[in-house]
Design a protein around this ligand. Sequence first.
Ligand SMILES: [Fe+2]
Ligand SMILES: [Fe+2]
Length: 448
Amino acid sequence: MKVDTEQILRALNASLNSRKLYPAGHPSVTVPARRLEELILDYLKESDKLIVGVVDGTIIVEDIPVDGSEEQFHDIIEHLRKNGVGAIIFMRGAGKEELSRLLDILTEDPPNAPDELEGKLRGKGVTHINLKLLPKEKKSFLEVHGDAVRTVKNAMDEVRMGKIPKSNEVKNVAKDLTEMIFTDSNAMMGLAMIKSYDEYLYNHSVNVSIFSISLGRFMSRDENELRIIGMASLLHDIGKTGVSEHIIRKPGNLSFEEWEKVKEHPVLGSRIAQRMEGIDSRVTTIIYEHHVRYDHSGYPSLKDTLHPLSLIVSIADAYDALTTLRVYQKPFQPVEAMKILNDLAGKHFDPSTVKAFEDMIGLYPVGTVVRLSSNEVGVVTKANTNASDRPVVKVIYDGSGSLLGKPYVADLTQKDFQTLTVVGTVDPLARNMDVGAFLAKEVTAEGR
Ligand SMILES: [Fe+2]
Ligand SMILES: [Fe+2]
């Protein structure tokens, strides 16, 4: 390696590192930046470009791996990785301004989404530096779920601090969730059985998003609408940040005043969403309408007919709330929750949307604990659309009630299991089973 490229790396590393520690304009920032600029300009007098890349944690300059780069140039490696960049290509003509814009963008916290980097660079007038992005890593189902919960929490925390949440993050999560549901909606609905008691509101919002996107997809809504539904669901209860924690977590009946306060959350929420950048008006409409109910017996009062997408979200909202343990309610089994939704069809919920939801989740929805005719007990991991009474069951307890060392999968539509039938459902609480945790493990075990 030529000496000058090693010097360039040293200056680049120092420039990135100093920006973490010192404000712009501080000599520790400006000195290495100036040095970097001189070196690169010199280099580009002789060559028309300089490529600095990272492969497997090693820096590559002009196709040659740099020995010891991991220790010496740690900051370059870290910043490229954080931004999803595989290589920086400096081209002749890249001057002082462009270099400093590049350093600004690479050190932004939180880092930019990789597919926005290029646009950002161009927007700042950088035309002689190109970035080669790393191939996108596919996120696992659990990672997407975890990101979604974190994003809802962040959004709510921002509101509590008086800030307006960033719409981009919510948009990206809704997009990821939609993608995952297209890949395997059963696995995602299994994850929606993760019911966190402490982090209820965040998990609930994500679960509603999973159920409503799945239902929208089942009802052949287009992908753009699914993302709208997803975003609205993630934000549907954001107005609860304006209701005191004490009321939200109160075990007994609410007083009249307390109830009035709770009833404000759809209006408060839609106002918050309205102030978020670039939000589709349907998102705010859905937030506003999610408790209005089909027969308009809910809140707030509304003269117009409900938006069709609100009908979807309100069913997903009710289903998740019913199947979750709350301070004031033991959770209903999925089958029981479906029965309640059916009873309320035509009153609280649009009958045809309830019907679609029932067709989608099947007779024994993912997460239902069932007893088989062999007296074995297991958890439904997948509904069979053509045979709703014959789901795929992961058998956990043998016929005498002992925990199996190695649970096995019984797809009741398969020949091997044709003599087995579902004879009833079992209350997971009575067996001390955490179905959500079980299904999350399932998804991980299958590497999704
Ligand atoms: Fe709500
Ligand atoms: Fe809700």
